[in-house]
Each structure stands twice: as C-alpha cells, then as structure tokens.
Design a protein around this ligand. Structure first.
Ligand code: NG1
Ligand code: ZN
Length: 531
C-alpha cells in the first residue's frame, strides 16, 4: 500500500465544480463526470476491506432505473448489505478531492480515524450493468483498486442483487452459515432448486410476461430459466434490447410502470394475463394485469409485501412455530390501505422507516421474519438466525406441519437475504400464486389501494426541508407542517407528506385520499404550499 501510487495514478475531475455525495443510491449522476469517482471508490473499497481484515467488499456499477446516460456506483459490505452508513462520509470526502495531494490527505485521514492497518490484505469484487459507459468506468475503478493494492475479481455483467449474493457467498464460504456457491451458476442453481421444491405438487400457472427494462435482467433471467423446465415455469421475456442505444429504462421497466401507473406502451397487455416489470439493474419488480373492466391494475411493492406476509404467517401457523415474530417494514410511501390491511386484517406489526433500503433492511432484522418492501418494488424477506434454526430443527408431528416447514425452508433459500432482487422476488410471488392457484385479481382482492399521487417540486434549496417521524412530518421550514395538516384535514382518508429527495434535486410531495379527484386536489394544494 503506497500513498505515492495513489497520487501517481490520480484520475482528475472532468468538471471542476461538480459536488459528489454518497447517498441512498451510492454515487449517481450523469456518467461523464464519474471517472474520477470510480478511481476513489476503488481506493475506498480497498480501505474498507483492510479495515475488515481482508473481507471481500463488492462494487456495483449501475444507475438502476435512471436514464441510460447516467451511471453510478455502490459499495457492498461483507454480508452482502449496503455500505455501513458511517463510511458514506468518507466516500464523499474522497470523491470531492480534486488533486493528488488532497486525495492522499483524505486517504490518510480515513486510515488514521479508522485505525486501519494498511498491511492487511484487501479483496474486492465488482460487476456492472449494461450501460454503454460501464467499460470506461470499470477501467477507472480498476486503476483505483490497483493503486491501493487490492486483490480483485471482475464478475462482469451482473444484476445488482447477484453481486450482493456473490459477496455474501465469498465471505461465508466454509462457515456454518455458508450462503452458496460464489458463481452466477451457483446463484441460479440455488434459486432454481428452491423454486422446484416450493411449487412441487401444484399445477403450473399460465405464462408470466416479464418486461426487463432493456437491462441486465433480460440476459440473466434467460440464463436462469435454463435451470427450470417449461412444466415448472413458463416465462415470456420482453424489452430485452440491451445493445440498442437509448433503450434502457426508456418507456418500460418497474419505475416507468409504478410512476405512470400504466403498462409499457410496447407490452400488449391482455385480460387474464399476468405481467411484471424489472428495473434496469433487476433489484426492483412490480406486477400488473388488466382488470375485468379493462382497467390497468398495479400490484406494487406494497401488494407484494402483503402477499408475502399473508403466506408466511399462514406457513408459520401451520408449522406450529407461531412463536416466531413476523413483521413488515414500510416507508411513508406505502399506501394507507396496505398498512391498514397488514395491521387490521393480518394483525401483523408494521414499522415505518425513512426512505432508503438500508433503513428498511436494518429494521427488518429486528424481527424473526422481517418482510420489507418499498412501494416502488424494492424489497425482500429476512429470516433471523434463530428463525432459520427453528425452521430447520422443529420436528413435525403431522404431514401438514411437515409440509409447512418444508415450504418455509424452501423460502429461506429462494428469497435473497442480502437485498431486494427482481428474479428472486418474482419467484416468491410465483410460488405463492402457484400454491394458492390464484390469478392476479385474486391476489389483488386483499385490499383496494387508496388513489395516490407523487409529485415533484423543484425548489431553490431542498436542504431546508428537514423531517421527523420517519419523514412523515416536516420540522422546517417553520410553519409549513401546520399548513399541510390544515389542508389534509379537509379530505376524507387524506394523508400527505413532503420530503427532500435523496437522489434528485427536488422535493417530493405524496398524497392519498378517498377519491381520485380529492387526491389530485390535495396533491396540488400541498405542492402549492411548498412552492
Ligand atoms: P428519493 O429520491 O430519496 O425519494 C428514491 C426512491 C426510493 C429509493 C431511492 C434509491 C421514491 C419515492 N423514492 O429516493 O424509494 O428507491 O430512490 O434508489 O420512490
Ligand atoms: Zn434498481
């Protein structure tokens, strides 16, 4: 490890005045300004690995659902989780170092404050999505890794959740909680075997139509499907144009569908069929279908959480292990009807946390079985070590109990324990629908979403919008929350909140109410109050 090498290979900033922030989505921006950031991320990944005694750290290059000209980068901690929050400030500090000297200084500061022994080994793996800017950004990342002396492995084109899986596998290999074979093949095999077990004995459903957002999910889902025969699952893939310039996330994908509350224009949605959309890096998924009245119906992250929670509660009861505490974690963006369904109908505890997967993930770890989903379709289910142990060691007294325990065991393998995963979540939904022999309409019957609206207001300085109570109330600007409360009080089943986006330079306004007209009016009034 040599600070000299870090200085000698310095990659300069392309735009002098650009300020970088490591936020909920890592670094994310227009790809053109990211060369220098990639170099620094290489150094940071090395430091993080050295700090953790040479544990493998992951680096994923992607900008998820953002347009093709954007890109981004995120670090993955040893258990496949997001980078520990306290390190985000280091990332930001390194990224904004504009000269070799200031970078060396910032590096030294991290080493000193974290008491890092630089003689420790460093291991870093990385992967990237289909964006045209990836190859160049990978080169800059590699320079940073090399300059700081890490052992590296390039896993190539990957979905984000596959990289998280690989990191966890590498760090648990040979231990009692070994997570799986650290290869793409190992990932496919694990999911495919679990799915076969989970749907065994049930009639296969009709074909599922999957929109892959013209992203990395398309080739990866195809590879995965070679591990399952047509009589186990039938999938029709669309929007798989990963080499067509400008196609990524364009008028398709999970974010398009959730935001516009409509199917991608090029997806021919037929009554009776089942559809889902991945986002650009395949860590989000939403389902949808055409109702018998020909209207578009969205089954978003909230609906998936409700379905999963319902199924898991039933299995836990049938398995006779209802001492396990099952809970659901949502954000303020969850539809009020979904929260009501979980709390009043399923009688499951629900926690509300701030936006951002790391908050949901950590809260979900507090339950034995923690289901977490953002309304936009990012989520998963976490099983605690004691839940895994209970599922594994409980002795069944009846065939029904035995079957429930086996199903739960299959779910623990099927569901990605590191992060939201479109392929894994798709298999979870398909498992439940197959077990129940349900159509999407039947799934949708659990509750009816309140009409809702998400608006964006561009303000001079979004940092003045600070919140409390899991972002549901504003602390500043002074007086604004009282104004919003007064507006909301006029609408039946009205709810609205305002917060600064962590990923865009804007303030978001969310509103829901009993009717579409009331919702639109409420959104408008609150947005006006913000402006
Ligand atoms: P911001 O921009 O902070 O609202 C958005 C999404 C989050 C999450 C992050 C990270 C909404 C309302 N917000 O955050 O759910 O996915 O991006 O990508 O969808
Ligand atoms: Zn994504």
């Amino acid at each position: 490890f040599s600070l000299q090498a870090i200085q000698d290979n310095f990659v300069p900033h392309k735009k002098e005045d650009f300020i970088y922030t490591y936020g909920t989505a890592g670094f994310r921006s227009i790809a053109d300004v990211l060369d220098s950031v990639m170099y620094k991320v290489g150094i940071l990944a090395t430091l993080r690995s050295k700090k953790l005694g040479g544990a493998t750290i992951g680096v994923m290059i992607t900008a998820s659902h953002n347009p093709e000209q954007d890109n981004g980068v995120k670090l993955v901690d040893p258990r496949g989780e997001m980078l520990e929050q306290s390190w985000e400030a280091y990332a930001t500090k390194l990224a904004n170092s504009k000269t070799p000297e200031t970078l060396a200084q910032a590096t030294e500061e991290i080493i000193a404050s974290q008491k890092i022994n630089v003689d420790q080994p460093a291991n870093v793996i990385y992967g990237f999505d289909t964006r045209p800017s990836c190859p160049e950004l990978v080169k800059n990342l590699e320079s940073g890794l090399q300059a700081s002396g890490a052992e590296t492995k390039n896993y190539g084109l990957l979905t984000t959740p596959m990289l998280h899986y690989l990191v966890r596998c590498l760090n648990t290999a040979g231990t009692s909680d070994a997570y799986g074979e650290p290869t793409a093949e190992g990932y496919y095999h694990k999911l495919a075997e679990a799915y076969k077990t989970a749907v065994k004995g049930f009639t296969r459903l009709s074909t599922l139509h999957v929109d892959c957002a013209n992203g990395v999910g398309a080739p990866k889902l195809r590879e995965f499907l070679t591990h399952l025969s047509e009589d186990v699952i039938s999938v029709d893939i669309s929007n798989d144009q990963i080499t067509t310039q400008g196609a990524l996330n364009k008028n398709c994908g999970a974010d398009y569908v959730k935001t516009n509350q409509r199917a991608p224009p090029n997806v021919k949605i037929q009554p009776g069929d089942r559809f889902c959309s991945f986002d650009g890096d395949a860590d989000r998924i939403v389902y949808y279908y055409l109702g018998s009245d020909q209207t578009f119906r969205l089954l978003d992250g909230d609906k998936i959480a409700g379905l999963a929670a319902m199924f898991i509660m039933d299995l836990v009861n049938d398995a006779g292990i209802d001492s396990l505490k099952v809970g659901v974690v949502q954000t303020a963006y969850a539809n009020g009807s979904s929260t009501n369904y979980l709390e009043k109908v399923l009688k499951i505890p629900v926690s509300c946390v701030s936006t951002g997967v790391k908050h949901l993930h950590h809260e979900a770890e507090k339950y034995d079985v923690g289901v977490y989903f953002e309304a936009n379709g990012h989520g998963t289910v976490l099983f605690s070590p004691s839940a895994l142990n209970t599922i594994k060691t409980t002795e069944a007294k009846t065939p029904a109990q035995n079957r429930a325990l086996q199903q739960l065991a299959a779910l623990t393998e099927l569901i990605n324990q590191t992060v939201g995963d479109a392929i894994s979540d798709m298999l979870l939904v398909e498992t439940i629908l197959t077990n129940r022999q349900w159509s999407p309409e039947e799934w949708d019957q659990a509750y009816t979403d309140l009409p809702n609206r998400l608006a964006k207001v561009v303000v001079a300085d979004r940092s003045v919008f600070t919140t409390t109570n899991a972002e549901r109330q504003l602390v500043s600007p002074a007086g604004l929350q009282a104004e919003i409360d007064a507006i909301v009080a006029k609408y039946s089943q009205g709810r609205s909140f305002v917060r600064a986006s962590g990923t865009e330079d804007a303030v978001r306004v969310y509103a829901e109410a009993a009717t579409r007209a009331e919702t639109d009016e409420l959104t408008y009034k609150v947005a006006q109050a913000v402006y």
